[in-house]
Design a binder for this molecule. Structure first.
Ligand code: FEO
Length: 395
């Protein structure tokens, strides 16, 4: 179903209220999502992006209700990942030969996924323009590593719309499309979760790209990403947030993440939380069992933190397995500017705290020397070490 965006620009995407996971099972979806595609009907007719492959036939049928497909002059593929390119096969079966504008890396991505089908690719040059009539042009802006090597954005002059693809998106279903129609706190929560779990590893490149776009002096009235709301009310607000988040970000928060076998490590986690509140009542403290809490929600809290404490008991010379996978994801997200401490119980060999410290250092955290390593269950001697650990973490 087509929805009006501005003048001759419409949304023709798919609002996915049932989606529960993204990137396999690596990103939890709590409030639906969308794959946003856009139709521009100026003197030239342009389609920007499509939808995920499972919705490709519905997408093409809906598009047919709006226009004669043969009237599409150009397809812009801002990004090759299948959530945006998944309907290209069904669409180009109907209109073979239609030019597909994309980056050189997107050609690799599209042919890698769908095979060499003889599509009429036009590889864009940075800053290249495409005249679409009525005095309007499209300008192509590579967005390399925001968030994959093939990503780009498309800017439309005249209407001043930045079709930013994944940048500035959220996994958040809003049937009314626009940011001013959404629950504001939920919108910013989802925008942050999306940034942390998808964009954060590329933050240095985000900061450079924001400066580059700022230097282009493009008036931007609307930012139309490929997921979530369209930013029409003060679109600069999400640009400002990206400028903040792309720095080594931290708030006055400490997050404690642990896994436990028989509650001993959990007791240490709670003791550390209580001591943080005692020593620094203004510091926000969050405590999560990584085997029970949502991984992406915890990572969002880690991003906000100035320090973290990570705990696991020793089990057969190792840390527990959910914690091990969790630490792999922690490293992948490339957090910066954060301290870390380790703690855990053991019965026999007792390697967990050493392993945690090594893994945290490898993930880029500044690991403090203080630790709580408790044989069997934590006792008074172990709890007596908590204040020094907290003091070092907060200093
Ligand atoms: Fe929304 Fe990188 O795909």
């Amino acid at each position: 179903m087509k929805k009006h965006v501005k003048n001759n620009v419409s949304w023709v995407g798919y609002i996915d209220w049932e989606l529960q996971w993204f990137h396999g099972n690596d990103y939890s979806i709590m409030n639906g999502s969308s794959q946003n595609a856009y139709l521009i009907q100026e003197e030239k007719t342009v389609l920007i992006d499509t939808v995920w492959a499972p919705h490709r036939f519905e997408f093409v049928e809906n598009l047919k209700k709006e226009i004669d497909l043969s009237k599409i002059d150009y397809i812009i593929a801002n990004h090759g990942e299948t959530d945006h390119s998944g309907a290209l096969t069904a669409l180009l079966d109907e209109i073979p030969g239609t030019p597909v504008y994309c980056t050189a890396n997107a050609v690799k991505s599209l042919e890698g996924q769908y095979g060499k089908r003889g599509w009429n690719f036009h590889v864009i040059k940075p800053g290249e323009t495409l005249d679409i009539g009525n005095g309007k042009q499209l300008v192509f802006i590579p967005m390399t590593m925001i968030h994959w090597p093939d990503s780009m954005a498309t800017y439309m002059t005249g209407d001043n719309i930045l079709f930013s693809n994944d940048a500035f998106g959220q996994h958040f279903a809003v049937e009314e499309l626009f940011n001013d129609k959404a629950n504001q706190s939920l919108l910013m929560k989802e925008a942050l979760k999306y940034y942390v779990n998808i964009v954060n590893p590329f933050s240095p490149m985000v900061a450079r790209k924001l400066k580059e776009i700022e230097g282009m002096n493009l008036p931007i009235d609307i930012i139309a990403p490929s997921h979530g709301v369209i930013w029409r009310d003060h679109p600069e607000q999400i640009v400002q947030k990206y400028a903040e988040w792309s720095q080594p970000y931290q708030e006055n928060q400490v997050t404690i993440a642990y896994e436990t076998m028989w509650e001993g490590t959990a007791k240490i986690a709670r003791a550390i939380a209580a001591e943080i509140s005692k020593q620094s009542p203004d510091t926000v403290v969050k405590v999560y069992n990584v085997a029970k809490a949502d991984k992406n929600e915890i990572m969002t809290e880690i991003f906000k933190s100035k320090a973290i404490c990570v705990g696991s008991p020793t089990c057969v010379n190792e840390i527990l397995s959910t914690m091990s996978g969790w630490l792999t994801f922690l490293k992948e997200l490339k957090f910066r500017n954060k301290k870390a401490a380790a703690f855990g119980c053991y019965g026999w060999s007792g390697e967990s705290v050493k392993i945690l410290k090594e893994r945290l250092a490898d993930a880029g955290f500044k690991v403090i020397d203080e630790e709580i390593k408790s044989n069997w269950n934590p006792d008074e001697e172990d709890f007596a070490k908590v204040p020094a650990l907290v003091e070092s973490l907060l200093s």
